[in-house]
Ligand binder design. Structure first.
Ligand code: XMP
Length: 466
C-alpha cells in the first residue's frame, strides 16, 4: 500500500502515529535532503531530488515500528515505510506499507514517475503493457460492445480531449455518432469557424450551434466566478438538449436516400441513448467533492446525463492529457489539433474578472490572439502547456498615450508548464518576448493600457483566474 499526501497522513494516524497542523503550510517545491537510497521505493533516486508539496498538516510521529525514509528541510517525515519488522506487533503487516507526504504523481516531482514505477512495477509486480495502439484496439471493441446499434451524441469543445473522444467513437460506431459544437460566444478569436473546418476534415458528423446571444443575456451583470460557471453549464445543457431533441428525429447520415425516404432502420435511427464526453482523469479528481469543497466545477462533469436520461460514455476517463495526445496521434489526428493548448469549457468568461460583455470578450480575444500568435512565431507554443490573456475588467489604471491620459484596464498574461494541469509552474518566457507582446497589445488593443505577467504556480494558485 502506498499512501500519498493525505493518504500518508491518514495511514499514519490510524496506525497509531500523530498528525498535527504544521507551523506553516507548505505548497510547491521542496528537496529530499535525506533519502534512504536502499529502500526499494527510492531505487535510482538522487539525493536532493525535487518534489512537490501541498499540505497544511504534517506527520509528527510515525506508528510504532515504522521508519522514516526521506526528509526535507521542513518536513521530517517526507516518506516512511513499515520496515521489515512489525507494525503494531503484527509481523504479517510488516512489509507492505509506504507513505509519502509529497506528490510523486505530478510533473514537478522530478523523479516522481520513477517512484511510482518502483512501487507499481517492482514492489507490486504489475506489467507495463499500456500502449496507444493497444488502447485504441481494446477501446474500439469495448465501445462497439457497449453501444451496439444505439445512437450517441457528443459535445465537442475544440479541445484535444473531446476531439480524440469523437474520432475514437467515430472509428467504433461511425454514423451512429453525432457531434454538437456550441458557440457560447466566449471562444478564442475565429475559433468556432476554424474548429468546425477541422472537424469536417476529420470526417466527423458535426452540427455547429451559435448560441452566443443566449449566453451573454444570461451572464449579464454576473460577477461571481462559480455563479458564472453554473450559468454557462446550465445554458450549455439547455442549448444541447434542444439541439438533441431536433436531431433525434433525423435519420442517420447515409441512410436517407431521397425525399420520401422510408422510416429509419429499426434500432439505429431515432433518439439518442448515450452521451459521450471527453472527460479525462484530472477533470474527475478536481470535480470530486470529498471534503465538501469543490475547487472548480468543470462543466463537462455531471449535470447533463441526469437531465437528458442518457447513459454516459467516457472512454478517456482513466487517461491523463499526455496519454490522450498519444492516442490522438495513433488515430491519425493532425498535429495542430493534438498540440492545441487546453482551453476551459466556460471559455473567456473565466478569464474576464467581473461581469462578461461582448465588448470585453472582443478586447480579450484581440489581446489573447496577439499573445498566442507571438508564442507560435517565436517557436514557444509547443514548450508551453497552456497560455492565455486575462482581462482585469474591474481594475483601471492611468497611462499616457501620445499626449492623452488613459484610464483603462490591465491585461494579465498567463503561461504555464505542466503535464496534467494538476500542478503547474509559470513559464519562464524570455523578457524580449514579453516586451514585444506587451507593446503589441497596448498599441493594438483599444481599452488596454497595461500588461502584467502572472508568476504564480499551481498550487497555491490555479491555472485559470476564476
Ligand atoms: P485550473 O484553473 O483548475 O485548471 O487550475 C486546470 C485545467 O482545467 C481547465 N479548466 C476547465 N476545463 N471546463 C473544462 O473543460 C472547465 O470548466 C474548466 N475550468 C478549468 C483549465 O483551462 C486547465 O487546463
Amino acid at each position: 500500500m502506498l499512501g500519498i499526501c493525505y493518504g500518508a497522513q491518514y495511514m499514519s494516524h490510524v496506525l497509531g502515529g500523530k498528525v498535527e497542523p504544521a507551523p506553516s503550510r507548505e505548497y510547491g517545491r521542496a528537496n529530499l535532503t535525506t533519502i534512504d537510497l536502499d529502500n526499494p521505493l527510492f531505487r535510482g533516486f538522487e539525493k536532493g531530488s525535487q518534489v512537490w508539496m501541498s499540505h497544511g498538516d504534517t506527520i509528527t510521529a510515525l506508528p510504532e515500528g515504522f521508519q522514516c525514509i526521506a526528509s526535507t528541510d521542513s518536513v521530517k517525515y517526507a516518506a516512511y515505510w513499515s520496515g521489515e519488522e512489525t507494525v503494531n506487533g503484527k509481523s504479517s503487516n510488516g512489509k507492505g506499507i509506504w507513505g509519502v507526504q509529497f506528490h510523486p504523481e505530478v510533473f514537478h516531482s522530478l523523479q516522481g514517475t520513477l517512484l511510482l514505477k518502483n512501487f507499481v512495477v517492482d514492489i507490486c509486480g504489475s506489467r507495463q503493457d499500456w500502449s496507444p495502439a493497444n488502447f485504441v484496439e481494446t477501446t474500439v471493441a469495448e465501445l462497439r460492445e457497449q453501444i451496439g446499434s444505439d445512437r450517441v451524441i457528443l459535445g465537442l469543445s475544440g479541445g484535444v480531449d473531446s476531439s480524440v473522444c469523437a474520432v475514437l467513437l467515430n472509428r467504433a460506431i461511425g454514423d451512429q455518432l453525432t457531434c454538437i459544437f456550441v458557440n457560447h460566444g466566449m471562444l478564442r478569436k475565429d475559433e468556432f469557424q476554424n474548429v468546425m473546418k477541422d472537424y469536417e476534415c476529420l470526417g466527423l458528423n458535426v452540427v455547429g450551434v451559435d448560441a452566443s446571444q443566449k449566453f451573454f443575456a444570461d451572464l449579464d451583470g454576473v460577477t461571481e466566478p462559480e455563479a458564472k460557471r453554473k450559468i454557462i453549464g446550465r445554458d450549455f445543457i439547455e442549448v444541447f438538449n434542444a439541439e438533441v431533441k431536433t436531431l433525434s428525429n433525423s435519420p442517420l447520415k447515409g441512410e436517407n436516400p431521397g425525399k420520401n425516404s422510408l422510416p429509419l432502420r429499426e434500432g439505429r435511427g431515432g433518439s439518442y441513448r448515450w452521451l459521450a464526453q471527453g472527460t479525462i482523469y484530472p477533470d474527475r479528481i478536481e470535480s470530486l467533492n470529498i471534503t465538501g469543497k469543490v475547487i472548480k466545477s468543470h462543466h463537462n462533469v455531471g449535470g447533463l446525463p441526469e437531465e437528458m436520461h442518457l447513459q454516459l460514455c467516457e472512454p478517456l476517463k482513466w487517461l491523463f492529457k499526455d496519454e490522450v495526445r498519444r492516442v490522438g496521434r495513433q488515430l491519425g489526428i493532425p498535429e495542430h489539433l493534438i498540440g492545441r493548448h487546453p482551453f476551459p469549457g466556460p471559455g473567456l468568461a473565466v478569464r474576464i474578472l467581473g461581469a462578461v460583455t461582448p465588448e470585453k470578450v472582443r478586447i480579450l480575444q484581440e489581446a489573447d490572439d496577439i499573445f498566442i500568435q507571438a508564442l507560435r512565431d517565436w517557436g514557444l507554443y509547443d514548450q508551453i502547456w497552456q497560455a492565455g490573456a486575462i482581462l482585469l475588467s474591474d481594475v483601471r489604471s492611468v497611462g499616457v498615450m501620445g499626449d492623452e491620459r488613459t484610464y483603462d484596464n490591465p491585461i494579465a498574461l498567463r503561461a504555464v508548464t505542466s503535464t496534467d494541469a494538476m500542478t503547474a509552474d509559470w513559464a519562464h518566457l524570455p523578457y524580449d518576448f514579453l516586451a514585444k507582446v506587451s507593446n503589441d497589445i497596448i498599441n493594438k488593443v483599444k481599452g488596454v493600457n497595461r500588461v502584467c505577467y502572472d508568476i504564480s504556480s499551481k498550487p497555491p494558485s490555479t491555472i485559470e483566474w476564476e
